[in-house]
Design a protein. Structure first.
Length: 386
């Protein structure tokens, strides 16, 4: 796969900055809505890249700010050279957040776009990408507009407004999890079947598996998904506290203990001790959710004294994997329904703001609900009737 890099140049002096280093093939006067082929040259005249330059007016700009868009073709190194060249000519590199903030102040970006754009760019699954794109298009603003106007037009009373807000707050963890992968660590004694399960969950032979105990020594991460929710699966070194433990194994065990995760699946080998987890659980990873999983369910087991609700899987045969994935999803996101996820507060910060607003309305601390919504999300002064 190849690719092109786009450098965008904003600001009053952008034209000057580009023209000083660009030799345009035919028409030296940029005209909007036309692409110009040219060669960018460094100060000593060395050609850096063949580029395509377009002038983008504000009404066509993705962030509502006019700019020049430069399509570069020379790969990462040359693109960085071009960026350096522009910086030497007086430009300054800005962060995405800075740019989005300027766009928002200019007035045409959705109020949630500054938070949603970075999540769209980092989206790990198609479902997440579509969701954040929908937010940028204004779906959350529209949904809040409908809710608030229903209240202001007295189609909803205060209690109904609060009920609707509470339901949104409860469901918002699903939206947040679309942008923030769940971190799930597979741990257990050596040979419990961690790496075999890890490979089955990520869907490829990512790590080495062997009958020899102590095969995995380091922490290995791979991104996967469950129903479009991104999951960071982590395979780890087997944990044992007794016997001769060499320094590499020791280092691997220390890493498992220090790893931050949302859930720890403790894999119990049916041939091992059913309470292999006890020394580990009492001291380590106190904050994450703990799930014991029985592996190698295709084998007859002399031990298997499972408690109710503990899952059995056979990574080798692919049995129990779907149940495992659904259990994980249900635990964090609640019951899933088939419908698409409604537009909801999709970051922890937005949820906290909305939760604060909800509490204030609930405690009758808010006289002007409209003004409180506007203040909470930075809507324009006439929202929801603008
Ligand atoms: N029958 C059966 N064997 C399995 C299953 N899962 C793993 N095994 C076998 O168990 C052995 C150990 O598997 P691994 O996945 O390497 O175990 P591990 O927990 O990663 O081991 P370490 O990295 O050494 O800690 C291998 O011989 C696997 O083929 C299973 O579901 N069924
Ligand atoms: Mg392993």
């Amino acid at each position: 796969m190849g690719g092109i890099a786009i450098i965008e140049v904003y600001g009053e002096k952008s034209r000057e900055c580009i023209q000083r280093s660009l030799k345009v093939a035919k028409n030296a006067n940029f005209s909007p809505e036309r692409a110009h082929l040219g060669i960018l040259k460094s100060e000593d005249g060395t050609p850096l890249d063949d580029v395509v330059v377009s002038q983008v007016d504000s009404h066509l700009s993705w962030c509502s700010l006019p700019h020049y868009s430069i399509g570069c073709h020379g790969g990462v190194t040359i693109t960085e050279e071009i960026l350096d060249l522009f910086v030497r000519k007086g430009a300054r590199q800005v962060t995405m957040e800075e740019l989005l903030d300027l766009g928002r102040q200019a007035g045409r970006l959705d109020p949630f776009a500054p938070e949603a754009y970075p999540l769209l760019l980092k989206a790990k699954t198609e479902r997440a990408a579509l969701y954040f794109h929908q937010i940028i298009q204004g779906a959350l603003t529209e949904s809040l507009r409908d809710l608030l106007s229903a209240f202001l037009e007295k189609r909803l009373d205060r209690q109904q407004l609060l009920d609707a807000m509470e339901a949104q707050l409860q469901a918002s963890s699903q939206a947040i999890r679309l942008g923030e992968p769940l971190r799930i660590l597979l741990a257990g004694i050596p040979n419990a079947g961690k790496s075999t399960l890890f490979n089955a969950l990520v869907g490829e032979e990512r790590v080495v598996v062997s009958p020899k105990a102590g095969t995995t020594r380091d922490l290995i991460e791979e991104l996967g998904e469950i129903e479009g929710y991104p999951i960071l699966w982590m395979d780890s070194a087997g944990i044992r506290e007794e016997g001769e433990i060499d320094p590499v194994e020791q280092a691997g065990i220390a890493k498992v203990k220090a790893t931050e995760c949302d859930a720890l699946l403790w894999l119990c080998d049916p041939e091992g001790s059913s309470d292999s987890w006890k020394p580990f659980r009492s001291n380590e990873q106190p904050r994450c959710v703990w799930m014991p999983i029985w592996t190698k369910s295709d084998q007859d087991s002399p031990v298997r004294s499972r408690s109710d609700g503990e899952l059995q899987v056979s990574a080798l045969k692919g049995e129990g994997l779907r149940e495992l994935k659904l259990k994980i999803l249900k635990h964090w996101l609640g019951p899933q329904n088939e419908q698409d996820l409604a537009p909801l507060p999709f970051t922890q910060t937005l949820r906290d703001k909305y939760s604060h607003l909800f509490q204030r309305i609930k405690l009758n601390e808010v006289d002007d609900v409209q003004a409180a919504f506007i203040e909470c999300f930075g809507f324009s002064a006439n929202f929801p009737f603008d």
